[in-house]
Design a binder for this molecule. Structure first.
Ligand SMILES: *Cc1c(COP(=O)(O)O)cnc(C)c1O
Length: 320
């Protein structure tokens, strides 16, 4: 197992991202503060470049490539946002990118990946193993595989979002972070433990796929079938080896949210804050709302992890 990244790596990633990633706003809402009886701080990674925090991890990882790696190129697999993040980072750094995507990925995400210059290879997410396809391509063509979450440079890059949140909002009593494979949560943990050590840290995953919760509570990485949920950014089948070590050490608990709760939160953001947040991006706030009684009077951070959603689907959900 490679060494676990530490807060110093998050700081180094923040320097590499300077001038490339947006420093996204931290927004507040009196409506939600009244509803919750608490003070909430939303870190708006839905307004990040390519529409999600994943630009941070991908750019950090690719900017550490040596000359040979840059020339040969990068390969990755992703249900969407990591694909766009790698494609955009690669094009900014002049590195060729091959992206393995599920054939049922949202059309907008696939088109955006191609527009950013990524060479897209598709697979069937219910019958084929994307990690195996990625490893094979890496070996055959000498490409460097940058996985979506289980990589020290990816984790360190993702941690820069929470770092900016603490820099701006100060210490917090609780932080809610969407959870798929755990890159965002483990990176956030490094920043939280360094900048706000008493902050309770919660990962939130879809109710339909609570492998992270089961892993956290049992102490072993639990593997599941691809869960059926509208939170397509968190349809992961298991946590990573590195991400699990950090989450197990630093997180306080893993919570879940249902698709119905996510839709209610998307409606809140659209109506009250004029924000488009994708279903996965609503996991944190959905769990915080369900914990209202415990959070009374507290200062609460919530990471809105992304905003990439098919507009026709968003319209259908909001019209329900
Ligand atoms: C990838 C993703 C997540 C989950 O991140 P992990 O690092 O896999 O835990 C959450 N929200 C959005 C919008 C994502 O794209």
């Amino acid at each position: 197992m490679p060494t676990l990244p530490a807060y110093d790596d998050v700081r180094a990633a923040a320097e590499r991202l300077q001038g490339y990633a947006h420093r996204t706003p931290v927004l507040t809402s009196r409506t939600i503060d009244r509803e919750m009886g608490a003070k909430l701080f939303f870190k708006c990674e839905n307004l990040q470049r390519m529409g999600a925090f994943k630009f941070r991890g991908a750019f950090n990882a690719l900017s550490r490539f040596d000359e040979r790696q840059r020339r040969a190129g990068v390969v990755t697999y992703s249900s969407g946002n990591h694909a766009q993040a790698v494609a955009l980072s690669a094009s900014l750094l002049g590195i060729p990118a091959t992206i393995i995507m599920p054939n049922d990925a949202p059309a907008a995400k696939m088109a955006a990946t191609r527009e950013y210059g990524g060479n897209v290879v598709t697979y069937d997410r219910y019958t084929e193993d994307r990690e195996q396809i990625g490893r094979a391509l890496a070996e055959e063509r000498g490409l460097t595989l940058i996985p979506p979450y289980d990589h020290p440079d990816v984790i360190a890059g993702q941690g820069t979002a929470a770092r900016e949140l603490f820099e701006e909002a100060g210490e917090l009593d609780a932080l809610f972070v969407p959870l798929g494979g755990g890159g965002l949560l483990s990176g956030s943990a490094l920043s939280a433990r360094a900048l706000s050590p008493r902050c309770a840290l919660y990962g939130v995953e879809p109710e339909a796929g609570n492998d992270g919760q089961r892993s956290f509570r049992s102490g072993e990485i639990v593997h599941i079938e691809t869960p059926k949920t509208i939170a397509d950014g968190a349809q992961t089948q298991h946590l990573g080896v590195l991400t699990f070590e950090i989450i197990r050490r630093d997180a306080d608990d893993i919570l879940t949210a249902s698709d119905a709760q996510l839709i209610a939160c998307m409606r809140f953001f659209a109506e009250r804050m004029k924000l488009v947040v994708e279903p996965t991006g609503c996991l944190g706030i959905a769990a915080a709302r369900a914990m209202k009684d415990t959070l009374k009077g507290k200062r609460v951070g919530v990471i809105l992890s992304g905003g990439n959603v098919d507009i026709a689907r968003l319209g259908a959900w909001l019209g329900q």
